[in-house]
Write a protein that binds this ligand. Structure first.
Ligand code: AMP
Ligand code: GLY
Length: 446
């Protein structure tokens, strides 16, 4: 009940624990700290940026130490826990914490399976009638290889379990697909996560990340967003956690009804008929595939994947656009009362550019000094792999920090983000120079 939080909070603002250490968690703390309903924030383990957010204190507990995190939350009488990354969700942190009477924003282990098992996610989509690429699930090289040889559509290899964003191979030929299969099954590179593989049809189109709030019964979408997963400009190089993001995605407006009727409505039906249990963020990764050529180009939505959490860096592009207080909506998701919540988003658009070390995603950097100058107006800085060491800001990861630019037009938002990055320096700093270029291309073709 939203009213219940209002009543509690009017008299006694609450304490929130955010779990994670990336740019996503910095953005969550930054936004939650602005809430008059929040008294105190803890971030475990946090980073050099969360340490500096108002009302916020870093807590040195690792994200996979569910028991220490639970003990901390119980001892400190935390009113709401917000889980950032996928691993603790897959490890069942929500089940453990809820078992101790804590209120947690995020799905339990069984629900988070939508992210930690790609094979399960495909079965859910199939059962709910949600459009998705054709697929075949296999648990050995031989059965997978036979299928690849017999089906020219099978060109995407996906490791079933969590694989740090590295378990998807989008291949150009039968030979390459067989190599990917061999790498997964023979090298055991992914451990148990690679015991099962989903072979998929390769789709071509425009990707949209649609993050939705879910309270168990309904889905409330945030504005659409687009991530840049490849390491180098022109979408070249290895897949990464994400090199930048922008919001909104213009294409979404013309496809909104199809996405709603073909994806959101079937998901809500599954939530309400008891075949799907879920609360938290349901992140829907969509491929918008152009239909047969007609005068007005039409796109059909296909779901590529689900994530059970806020995206990173998507959250850094989205939260600066959220005008409303974030706390009541997170609370409503835990109460099943999203219908009572209204969200207001800025009409200003956003562009987030991630600064990494040159060796990312291969290696990360530690202990190099970071110099921060004054940020220009229209920008927000979010830290990812940074640490405050004896009061000095240093590198501590692969993705180091990001700047989000906001403005009435994408052109200016992009300009602001890159201008903001000029105020930052650290050894071997690198970033993609084409973030949101697709947004501008889409604008021009509309
Ligand atoms: P995922 O981890 O499932 O989001 O996949 C990572 C990236 O691989 C996606 O963002 C897409 O760019 C690409 N991808 C995944 N599945 C497909 C597919 N069926 N067809 C084409 N590209 C795909
Ligand atoms: N940026 C992609 C993700 O958060 O999964």
């Amino acid at each position: 009940m939203l009213s219940s939080i209002r009543n509690t909070i009017v008299y006694e603002p609450i304490k929130v624990l955010v779990i994670g250490s990336g740019g996503r968690e910095h953005a969550l703390c930054w936004k939650l700290a602005q809430s008059p309903l929040v008294r105190r924030l803890y971030c475990a383990p946090g980073n050099g940026g969360t340490d500096l957010v108002a009302k916020t204190e870093n807590v040195a507990i690792a994200v996979d130490d569910s028991h220490a995190l639970t003990q901390f939350a119980v001892t400190n009488k935390i009113d709401l826990v917000v889980v950032g990354p996928d691993n603790p969700l897959a490890n069942g942190i929500v089940d453990i914490m809820e078992g101790c009477g804590l209120r947690v924003f995020g799905p339990n282990k069984a629900a988070a399976r939508l992210e930690w098992s790609k094979a399960y996610a495909k079965e859910v989509m199939k059962a709910a009638g949600i459009p998705t690429a054709r697929f075949y699930t296999c648990d050995s090289y031989d059965s997978g290889a036979e299928h690849v040889k017999q089906n020219s559509w099978a060109r995407v290899v996906k490791v079933d379990g969590l694989a740090l964003g590295k378990g998807v191979y989008v291949c150009d030929s039968e030979e390459e697909t067989l190599e990917a299969l061999a790498e997964v099954f023979a090298s055991r590179r992914f451990g148990d996560a690679g015991n099962c593989v989903v072979l998929e049809e390769r789709l071509a189109g425009e990707e949209i990340s649609l993050l939705t709030f879910c309270d168990g019964k309904r889905l409330v979408p945030m504005p659409p967003c687009q991530d840049h997963k490849r390491r180098f400009a022109g979408d070249k190089g290895a897949n990464t956690g994400g090199m930048g993001a922008f919001s909104p995605v213009d294409l979404y407006e013309s496809c909104k009804n199809e996405i709603s009727s073909q994806v959101l409505v079937p998901l809500e039906r599954a939530l309400n008929d008891g075949t799907l249990f879920y609360k938290g963020i349901l992140y829907i990764g969509l491929m918008m595939v152009p239909g047969e050529c007609t005068q007005a180009q039409k796109y059909n939505p296909y779901v590529l994947e689900f994530n059970a959490r806020f995206g990173d860096p998507e959250t850094q592009a989205l939260l600066p656009r959220l005008r409303s207080d974030l706390l009541p909506v997170l609370w409503a998701c835990t109460e099943g009362t999203l219908d009572e919540t209204r969200l207001e988003w800025s009409t200003d658009v956003s562009c987030c550019v991630v600064a990494v070390t040159q060796s990312y995603p291969g290696a990360s950097s530690k202990g190099d000094d970071i110099v921060l100058g004054a940020l220009p107006p229209g920008t927000t800085l979010f830290h990812s792999g940074t640490a405050l060491v004896n009061g000095k800001l240093q590198t501590a990861g692969g993705r180091i920090l990001s700047v989000t630019g906001m403005a009435p037009s994408m052109e200016v938002a992009v300009h602001n983000a890159y201008l903001g990055l000029r105020a930052v320096s650290f050894a071997n700093m690198d970033f993609r120079c084409d973030i949101a270029r697709r947004a501008k291309a889409q604008c021009r073709s509309n």
